[in-house]
Design a protein around this ligand. Sequence first.
Ligand code: ARG
Length: 849
Amino acid sequence: MSGTKRYSDVTKPLSPGPSSIQNLDLSEVFLPTQNHRSVEKKPGRKRRLWIGLGLVLTATGLSLLTGLLVWNFHLRSNVTVKRLYVGSLGISDRTFVKEYEDSSSQEFRTLADQVSQQLKLIYSKNSVLAKYFRSSSVQMFSEGDDSAGVVAYYQSEFQLPVPQQKHVDEAIGSVEELSRHERLLLRPVEPLRVRSVTSGALDSRLSKSSLSEREPINVQVQTGGEISSPGFPDTPYPANMYQQWRLRAEPGHRIQLNFHTLILEDDCQQDFIKIYDSLAPIEPRALTEQCGYPHESLSFLSSGHVMLLMLVTNEEKNFPGFRAAYSQIPISKGEGCGGRLTADKGSVSSPFYPSNYPPQSWCEWNIEVSKEKFVKVQFETFFVGNESKNCVGDYVMVNEEKLCGRTLKKTVFTVQSNQMTIRFVSDASIVDQGFSATYEAFVPSDPCPGRFQCSNNICINSTLHCDGWNDCGDDSDEVNCNCEASQMKCKNDHCKPKIWQCDGVDDCGDKTDEEKCAGSCADGEFSCRNGRCISENLKCNQHDDCGDGSDESKCAKSLLLRCSDFTFRCSDGRCISKLNPECDGEPDCEDGSDESNCQCGMPPFRSSRIVGGQTAREGEWPWQVSLHFDRSKHTCGASVLNNRWLLTAAHCVQDDRHIRYSQASLWQAFLGLHTQGLTNEWTVTRNIQQIIAHPNYNKVSFDNDLALMKLDSDVSLNQHIWPICLPSSTYDFPAGQEAWITGWGTTQEGGELAKSLQKAQVRIINSTVCRGLMQDQITDGMLCAGVLKGGVDACQGDSGGPLAVTNPSGRVFQAGVVSWGEGCALRNKAGVYTRVTKFCDWIKQQTGV
Ligand code: ARG
């Protein structure tokens, strides 16, 4: 209110009409004073006249402008806008009848009228709402959750001045309270007993005029089924569309919606889906919003028997869209959530974990272990609520400690008693994956019998104490250690295996293991790739000071150089200094050839976001192929080079005494596969027409372990089948670089093959270090990668699959082919891969890729 007054106060004296007159008056005073002298000198008089006129015009212009501006402000403050609020109103004294589902029925209209009246009455109790309220309309009804009562879904329209928007939004937030006021001033003829009201402003992205709203799709959930975006999966979803799916289950049930595919544009301002724990898009009931290519759990649950899914798209980029399965689950009292736990060891997790927990959950676990023991709980995963909001919405309570957020500073909680209470609470909106935890009883005097106790209370195997690796997670097992003969002492007192020195990875955490390495240069010097040392100042000076171009290889501008092992050769035969220039999004060669063959390493609709975890997401590795032998089971991996050729390992296609693995007709390739034995619309199967193993493959040393497979017919490339980029021969994969391995190989040495495609992150290991680890069996055609701490590696059945490295622009290059190892995932052992850069000429020659 005060804002409006200020505007009008200023406006009056400066309104456009009078102000210009005022200024004209001023100029008239100005002119005559000049006139006295003007009689004598004609030219001078003329000049002054011109100046005068100029000034008059400027002043007029200026005042007009000011006037217009202020006028505009003045007007703006009075400009009113339409604002829509969406809500639901629970009515307890009406019973749901079938007719309420038909908006043209008499029953629907009668009740809708009563709801509108009731809303008007509720708004009348708040001066702000009463002032700007225009009308309400009821869109639909649903049965109350406990089979009693009716829920009405409505839209209320307000016409309000822009500056009032905030106040009205706030007032709308309080309608729940207003509806509880029993003192009714204007009693409607047939009052409704209002049980609850929830409402919020309509998502502003839905009021775009370019959006065309489609007829909502009503889905009866009882028997289960699937929904998908229009056109899925063959054609892109339509542009500028707003579609609702209204899901209704039987009362007493909740709805579960599982996304099998969800690929939209990356920017949620453009394309998005939103799920509501309601039949209408009521913001305080929004459960999630998703866009792009999400990697989190995509399984959602409602609190009651209704759910709304909506899809909104913009004019550009239309991605494959989504497909989701729906089903209903009876709501039972306990639901496996909470309860009394009396064993000395056990686990707890949020309801429906690893699905997203439903809204409005409340669970309490009362743990009571043997009398003389204490309890500790360790969280393995934790995605609950919002830390920045002080844990007001969703949270976990361990005794009196409230926890929320997407990471926990500490993961182990202990209590000095044999009892512990864990409570999980979720509010009405925005859900997440929840938590999983294990609890354990321990003897207070000896919390980790026979094991080492970390500062964070985790117990680890004693042999892991002072072994150079951070096994506790908080480094407490690696401080105050006496280094053994095989270890080096870092400046920060950590002990690290000597073999880790100078491997390109900062193992100490303070880089001491990477100082004073052979080939490393003094302070202020740059170490060239060819081993020379030059002054740091000579870097990026557009002059090849190293002699191999490496001092000019990571600079904004590329230099034309004499070709060497460290330069990229453009198609025109010229060589440039930039390191790994191919497909980095910038043309570096004069002929543009470094960017010319880049339909690889990044499927058409995808950003390269990757999160941890083990099972890959469907479509995350579209170049991964499963090779089946003799129509039976998965035998080796391979990667897609183009629509006809695959790359795999030569050792996969070597005959043994009884089996003819080299016979092309006995192999089958599965492309776009995720789970073995489960083919879907993305999966394409091809027979193999031809196998070309590298002619110099050595069965004993595994040298040149590489083979090509030609499919019997072309495949069409798409989001789920896409080539990986082949690096040029000079592409550099430095030691320490992160890389991903993928495959259906065994998840343990001697174990079973994985059903779903697995992924793991490893690091490239310096070849000199690797020779030390692998008894000198490493040739120039091999590349080592792994996690020397152990536990992460390729294994039997992964052979032939790719070792993939993402370049800075998000494109994935194949650095290696899974070849061999000693056992799997052992400490201080590396996985060995065929070094692809060594063979790109051969691959090109054979396939033309
Ligand atoms: N040779 C194995 C196969 O045929 C792959 C072994 C990889 N081993 C390793 N530890 N990285 O599947």
